[in-house]
Write a protein that binds this ligand. Structure first.
Ligand code: F6P
Length: 491
């Protein structure tokens, strides 16, 4: 945390994201605070706590919706306030068009190779512009007359925001971090507004992705689409007389925070208790933790469990896979259909193999708190992350950070950013369900000393490259850029 504070010098930090870290909802008269299922929130929250900056995000609970004026600020975390949360409240139409529409029916499938066709509507695009402008107003108002503000914009919801901010506050240091993959230029060209998106992003001084391959795809896209100078030696772009650096910053977790639960109690006993609570009988546990999103490869994972049970019948009656699935973006038909597919597939496999009180798959389709999820991470013999495509995937790193007992095997899709760092996972192609099924057998039969060695190496990687390392590098690189090189911006 000191590392991040040092990099900031005396500057104040402003973060913008769509998702807010605390949702305040009124239930039976009382206000209940929940934390959303979001890798972004898990990653960014410790940074804000360490730097007591300002986080601007969409208001999403129902408790304070009446506070629609422009100064809707709270101090959070609720139990121990450390930074300012400013909510921007959107109308139903704005949220439909900007969030569900352009961001999640358009950009999300555009950037993930999960073979879901992107939908682009002109009306969604208008809302996306409008909402980006509303966040620009909120940010400019919050920054007021700060001398050297540092602005970190998060994700694909705000591609237009960097330019909007720099036009109004050329002295602000602005970075945008894109939490999802960037596709190749052909794929990206499906988007009718590719030029506008690139132009908006290139308002930033620094554009961050998880891995170099996404930076390269981005630079190639710029090269094809815009009249811009791409400097491949410095990984930077000159556009409208402004330079933007394009660099990889692999995101991570707060290793210490995640690892706080010590496994000094009797794991076997705790596992038996968990199994009893689930109302099943089994010996070995696997776990998966995801938003119920079609990019996460959950159906493929279930097919791998099926293949494993077919090919290794001695595990029938003894291995259960627990899938924690947080419902997400349910207004979008593909997501509602996907949730049904996941439920049907689990039911089919349970029907096929289940007997007595043993079930091959337990599907828990609701949001779980971090504490609840940690319990599953800690008691599972293996964790499966089988995304069809994923920018980074923080579940893999959370699992590792939790396993201070050096037990537990990670099965990890080669299509995640994390697979480039966590080489000691069993790396799988999730489309190859038989091979992924074999990975389950390999995990269950792995020697304990090998499990410990692999886990130790992965823990070292995550602890060295934790979320503070990520933020320190991002902020450090942003602050080191010479803004004087940039004579931005009005064209
Ligand atoms: O993976 C991309 C991402 O935007 C994350 O950064 C975020 O945690 C996740 O998707 C959740 O999405 P949403 O905020 O739409 O629920």
């Amino acid at each position: 945390a000191d590392h991040v504070r040092n990099k900031l010098g005396g500057s104040n930090l402003f973060v913008v994201s769509n998702r807010e870290p605390y949702i305040h909802s009124r239930q039976d008269g009382a206000i209940k605070v929940t934390i959303p299922a979001s890798g972004l929130v898990t990653a960014i929250e410790p940074i804000l706590c360490a730097c007591n900056g300002t986080w601007i995000a969409q208001g999403s609970g129902n408790a304070d919706r009446e506070v629609v004026d422009s100064h809707d600020c709270l101090q959070v975390p609720p139990e121990d306030p450390k930074y300012t949360l400013r909510r921007v409240w959107l109308t139903k139409e704005e949220e439909e068009g900007y969030y569900y529409g352009f961001a999640n029916e358009g950009l999300w499938p555009l950037c993930h190779m999960a073979h879901t066709r992107p939908v682009f509507r002109t009306s969604d695009w208008s809302y996306y512009n409008e909402v980006n402008a509303r966040f620009a107003d909120a940010l400019v108002e919050q920054i007021a007359d700060e001398q050297a503000p540092v602005v970190l914009i998060q994700d694909y919801h705000f591609a237009l925001l960097p330019r909007m901010i720099k036009e109004r506050l050329p002295h602000a240091r602005v970075a945008i971090f894109w939490h999802i993959p960037w596709p190749n230029p052909e794929s990206f060209s499906i988007c009718p507004w590719q030029q506008e998106l690139l132009d908006g992003l290139l308002g930033a001084d620094l554009i961050g992705f998880h891995v170099q391959a996404h930076c390269n795809n981005f630079l190639n896209t710029v090269d094809r689409v815009l009249e811009a100078q791409v400097d491949w030696e410095r990984f930077s772009v000159r556009h409208k007389n402004h330079w933007s650096s394009v660099l990889p910053f692999p995101i991570s977790v707060d290793f210490l925070e995640q690892g706080t639960v010590k496994t000094d109690s009797n794991t076997a006993e705790e596992r038996s208790q968990l199994i009893a609570e689930l109302g099943i009988e089994t010996t070995y546990l696997g776990v998966g933790v995801d938003r119920l999103d079609y990019t996460k490869g959950i159906v493929e994972r279930f097919l791998a469990v099926e293949s494993f049970l077919e090919r290794h019948p001695r595990y029938q009656g003894r291995f259960t896979f627990i899938q924690i699935g947080a419902p997400t973006r349910s207004n979008i038909p593909q997501y509602a259909n996907f949730q049904r597919d996941v439920e049907n597939e689990a039911a089919r496999i349970n029907e096929r193999f289940g007997r007595g009180r043993w079930k091959p798959i337990v599907l828990l389709s609701r949001q779980h708190s971090h504490k609840e999820v940690e319990r599953y991470y800690r008691l599972a013999h293996l964790c499966m992350v089988t995304s069809l495509h994923d920018g980074m995937n923080l579940v893999s790193k959370e699992f590792i950070a939790t396993r201070d007992d050096l037990r537990g095997v990670l099965i990890l899709s080669l299509f995640t950013g994390a697979s480039r760092e966590l080489r000691d996972a069993i790396i799988v192609n999730p489309y190859d369900t038989e091979a992924t099924g074999e990975a389950i057998a390999q995990a269950l039969e792995m020697d304990v000393s090998e499990i410990a060695d692999r886990m130790q190496r992965m823990r070292n990687a995550v602890s060295d490259h934790n979320i503070y390392w990520w933020a320190g590098n991002l902020i450090g690189d942003l602050c080191d850029l010479r803004l004087s090189r940039n004579t931005v911006l009005k064209t």
